[in-house]
Each structure stands twice: as C-alpha cells, then as structure tokens.
Design a protein around this ligand. Structure first.
Ligand code: PEP
Ligand code: MN
Length: 365
C-alpha cells in the first residue's frame, strides 16, 4: 500500500537533498525580485522556491498574506531562477487559485494538517489533479494525524507526496519555537516506506542562530532535505523576521552542513555488515531472554491466580524500577531509556497476568 513517487521522481529536476528556500511571505514584487537577484548573486539557487501567499496567523490583525496577486509575482521566480515554486494552501479556494497560477508544488501548513475537515476539503479540490503536495506535521505530536492527512491526499490520487517536519508547539520548552521530535519523522518513514521528509529548521528554531545546528541534526537522522526561510533583508520581513536568513547566509549554512551519504543503506560495506550481524545476533539473544522472562511472569501469574492475589504489587514494582534503573545507569544507559524500557516490560507483564486472571484455569508448567 501507500505507493507514491519520491521527490527525485516528481519530474521537477530535483536530486540529492532537496533545498527549499524563499521568504516566509510574499510581500511585494520588488521583494520577490530582490530575493531572486540575491540568490543569483550568491550562486545560491535552491531546488525549489517557497513563499507564503495566505498566512495562517495566530491572532488577527498581523499581516495575513498578500493573496492572489502574490502568485503573479512568483512568476518572476520561474522566469529568473527556472526552478519550481511552492506555496501553502489552507482551503479549496486557495487550491483553485494556486492551480490557476500554475504553482508547481503545494504544501499544507501545520495549522491545517491538524484539521481533517480542512485536509479533506483540500484533497477533494485536488481530485484528478497531478500536483505534488508536501504535508507539514500537525501542531501537536500526533503521528496518526500526520499520516491521516497524507492518506487523504493519497486516496484522491495524489501520488507525489512528501512530509515536512516543522516541530511541535510546546508550552514549556522555550528553547525552540516548535520543539523538534526526531523520532516522529523516523516513525513516519518506518510506517510509510519511501516517504521523504523535509526538515524546516526555521519554524523549529524561530531564530537565525540555531538553524545550522538543527539542519545538521536533521541530516544526521536521515531526513531528505531542508526548507529554510530566506529573505534579502530579513530584519524588514513582514512575518517571521527573526528566523529568516539572507541567501548569502543560506549558502554558508549549507556549506557548513556535513551532508551524509544515504547510499550505505542500499550498499553497506563489509565493516557495517559485520557490525549489523553482531547486532542481529544480540537481538536474537534479547528475544530469547524476553521469552524466558515472560514464561516466568506467566508462572507468577498462575501463582497469583491460585492465591487470589492482585496482579499489580506496587512495592515490588518500585523496587524493580529503582534497582534496575540504577544498574542500567551504571552500564552507561540513560535513565530515561531505562525507565521507558522497564515501564514497557512491566506493562506487558501486568497485562499478561491480568488476562490470566480472566481465563479459565489451566495448568502452567
Ligand atoms: C510557513 O511555512 O511559513 C508556516 C506558516 O509554517 P507552519 O505551518 O509550519 O507554521
Ligand atoms: Mn514563516
């Protein structure tokens, strides 16, 4: 299931890591022209040019996007840079106008992905249209909602799909504008084979200074490209001024990133093969141990059943948790990992034993 084309097969002449750059918002024809000129001057032509035409602002009254006329200015980009252009759509009317102006690629913003009605409206408006669509993660870290949005598009026949990780709203962690959750794009890639995920460090970090570090982490994790807000005069930008970089800064950021080779996935060398085999062997041993552990858990369950004891014994749990966590920490495993591992194993044990209590008596050897 879930067959779709990867970015390199979209027929837009893209290859390698996809770099999407351009301003948060289209502001004036001169602004778009100036950004293009600066990109040419700095020899910093991205794979795709982005600009927001309709801006979903948190509160009304700030700049909410220039609207349809901005799409005409995007033509300047195609003329000067000869690269595909992309913009955000939030409803069927946006889709209709974007198609009218021949926008090459659409994206769905985080505030839209969160709403299945809105995503379905966009999907319905795209029925029968062969246009690539990128879907940003929803505002909250809900992988199913993200996948659901991609599925809604897939089921109307959109087969050029990609995802964008732009982080998640977090009321407490002020280090980020939107906190990254690196396991989520990785889970998405596991669940939807071949799904490419672009990283958007601009909306994750919310300032210029952190863009390089977050971009590098995204590449380290195996993400497929970067969307970086770029403006010829960032301080004067009408939206997201703090996080935009100039084309020259973008060039320096990209030059500083150590772009990893993903080829090893398909053609691992001997050393990597040997190490992976060692891991396979250890996984087998781990599974044997778990099998043995759960068989003893079942025997304890049987004992509890015969003796009318409850499954959950808080005192024992506390002791197991504390002693094992400490042992793990002594072996250089993180405390967080130890706690999660023990919770998972314990939860499964409790479930198995509670199930035993509900089953008719059977003899367990
Ligand atoms: C944007 O890309 O300018 C934007 C509004 O992003 P997000 O949907 O990630 O907040
Ligand atoms: Mn923005």
């Amino acid at each position: 299931m879930h067959n779709h084309l990867q970015i390199k097969d979209w027929g837009l002449g893209l290859s390698g890591h996809t770099i999407i750059a351009g301003p948060c918002s289209a502001e004036t024809p001169e602004q778009i022209e100036n950004i293009c000129q600066a990109m040419i001057k700095e020899k910093m032509i991205p794979s795709m040019f982005r600009a927001g035409i309709w801006k979903p602002r948190t509160r009304p009254g700030s700049f909410e996007g220039i609207g349809e006329e901005g799409l005409e200015w995007m033509e300047i980009v195609r003329h000067h840079l000869n690269i595909p252009i992309t913009t955000e759509v939030g409803n069927a009317a946006h889709v209709e106008l974007a198609l009218k102006h021949k926008v090459d690629v659409l994206w769905i913003g985080a505030r839209t992905t969160v709403n299945p009605f809105a995503v379905q409206e966009i999907a319905d408006a795209l029925q029968g249209v062969d246009i690539p669509v990128m879907v940003k993660n929803p505002m909250n870290p809900d992988l199913q909602l993200w996948i659901g949005a991609l599925e809604r598009l897939h089921s109307v026949g959109i087969h050029k799909l990609a995802a964008i990780h732009r982080g998640f709203s977090d009321a407490y962690d002020k280090r980020f504008r939107n906190k990254p959750n690196w396991s989520m794009p990785i889970h998405l890639k596991r669940e939807w084979k071949g799904m490419e995920v672009i990283n958007d460090p601009s909306h994750i970090v919310g300032n210029r200074a952190g863009i390089l570090e977050t971009s590098q982490r995204a590449i380290n994790f195996g993400l497929d490209g970067l969307m970086i807000e770029t403006h010829h005069d960032p301080d004067k930008a009408w939206s997201d001024a703090k996080q935009q970089v100039t084309p020259a800064q973008l060039r320096d950021i990209l030059a500083a990133i150590d772009f990893k080779d993903t080829l090893q996935e398909e053609q691992p060398d001997q050393k990597l093969n040997d190490l992976r085999q060692a891991v396979d062997h250890l996984d087998d041993q781990l599974l044997d141990l778990l099998q043995e552990r759960f068989s003893i858990i079942d025997q304890i369950g049987h004992y509890k059943r015969e003796n009318h004891l409850t499954v959950f014994q808080p005192g024992r749990w506390k002791e197991v948790m504390e002693s094992r966590t400490q042992k793990g920490v002594d072996k250089n495993l993180s405390q967080k990992f130890m706690k999660e591992l023990l919770y998972t194993i314990h939860e499964e044990s409790v479930k198995r034993q509670e199930k035993q209590l509900r089953e008719p008596a059977k003899v367990i050897k």
